[in-house]
Design a protein around this ligand. Structure first.
Ligand code: SAM
Ligand code: SF4
Length: 348
């Protein structure tokens, strides 16, 4: 298996990978995975919804869109100490990354953004990787997040460009690519992936991987969500994703972007332990976990810290500490600055 980092995959090549006989595909992905990652290590993240509900966008899958009657109402923005409390408990549970999510179309240069920057500084100060997923960003806003010490920015492409237009009409794929470009102009790491189970074709899934792999360098983290069906949204009755499709998607993502963290994210709660184990063997090396048994909102369930600890133990897996990603120069930089800070505090 040739696992050089490539940015110009053809759809034919991707289809040939995806259609490989399943266990052979898993074996190939597992082989490449071990060459670039510690196969026994799992990076665990915790999502915190710092601003929930009343989003003006019409993403057909989303519990937080104001267009749909999902029971997820608008909540005021969290304050910093609430976020630091949750993050501190998450760290004690072995979580190394906190993802601050806001139900926004885009960031606005206002006091709410200033408060997010404060949250980024405070959670980074407790020695955790911080990711934000706040919608679309300008170049200057990306720079301000970087200056605040943000480790990663999440902005998903969700699917192919053609299919994207059928599930979201209030913005374009080009808008999403623009934000990826703005993040790439900083030293922050990029988290970008998508969702399967929206009604897309395999071709759409592979076009998404093709677009993600075209980003230079590859996104350091690629979330593969399985649609979590939310009552009240247009996709509430979508067909289930066969578990074999999930495993194929994880394995193909691993082969296409060998050094990236492949994150098995929304919808993992629906997979049994064996299916999750096969996904980890095929190269998924990052998950979300939670103390509240839901991800961002009550509408999208998540496995709990305890359930995940038991699963990872049964599989003989350990937790990857913060800033320990061997494939990310930013991780080394942040680890060094944490060390300097600790030494300075220790000397003080
Ligand atoms: N408002 C920000 C944005 O749109 O980028 C953050 C949205 S959400 C916290 C981050 C990602 O979670 C979305 O981009 C989408 O890919 C995924 N997501 C949201 N709802 C989902 C659902 N019901 N099932 C699966 N994935 C979902
Ligand atoms: Fe809004 Fe993001 Fe949900 Fe879309 S995915 S409705 S932009 S919170």
């Amino acid at each position: 298996m040739n696992d050089e980092l490539r940015h110009e995959w053809t759809l034919e090549e991707l289809r040939a990978l995806y259609d490989t006989p399943l266990l052979e595909l898993v074996f190939q992905a597992a082989t490449v995975h071990r060459r670039h990652h510690n196969p026994r290590e799992m990076q665990v993240s915790k999502l915190i919804s710092i601003k929930t509900g009343a989003c003006p966008e019409d993403c057909s899958y989303c519990a937080q869109s104001s267009r749909y009657n999902t029971g997820v109402g608008a909540e005021r923005m969290m304050d910093k100490c609430q976020v630091v409390d949750i993050a501190t408990r998450a760290k004690a549970a072995g979580v190394s990354r906190v993802c601050l999510g806001a139900a926004w179309r885009q960031v606005k240069d206002n006091d709410q953004f200033d408060r997010v920057l404060e949250m980024v500084r405070s959670v980074t100060d407790i020695g955790m990787e911080v990711c934000c997923t706040l919608g679309m960003l300008t170049e200057n806003q990306a720079k301000r997040l970087e200056d605040a010490g943000l480790y990663a920015y999440n902005h998903n492409l969700d699917s192919s460009e053609e299919f994207y237009e059928t599930i979201i009409t209030t913005r374009t794929y080009a808008d999403r690519l623009q934000t990826l470009g703005n993040v790439r102009k900083t030293g922050m790491t990029l988290c970008s992936g998508g969702i399967i189970g929206l009604g897309e074709s395999v071709k759409d899934r592979l076009k998404m991987l093709k677009n993600l792999a075209a980003v230079q360098p590859h996104p350091e983290s690629v979330p593969i969500n399985i649609l979590s069906k939310v009552e009240g949204t247009p996709l509430a009755k979508a067909a289930d994703v066969p578990v074999w499709d999930v495993i194929r998607m994880i394995a193909t993502t691993r082969l296409v972007m060998p050094k990236s963290d492949v994150r098995l994210t929304a919808g993992r709660v629906k997979l049994d332990a064996t299916a999750q184990g096969l996904c980890f063997l095929a190269g998924a090396n990052s998950i979300f976990s939670s103390e509240t048994e839901f991800m961002l909102t009550k509408a999208v369930p998540s496995p709990s810290y305890d359930a995940d600890r038991a699963l990872l133990e049964a599989l003989g897996m350990t937790l990857r500490p913060a800033f320990a990603n061997p494939n990310s120069p930013r991780a080394a930089e942040c680890a060094a600055s944490c060390e300097r800070q600790e030494t300075a505090l220790g000397a003080g």
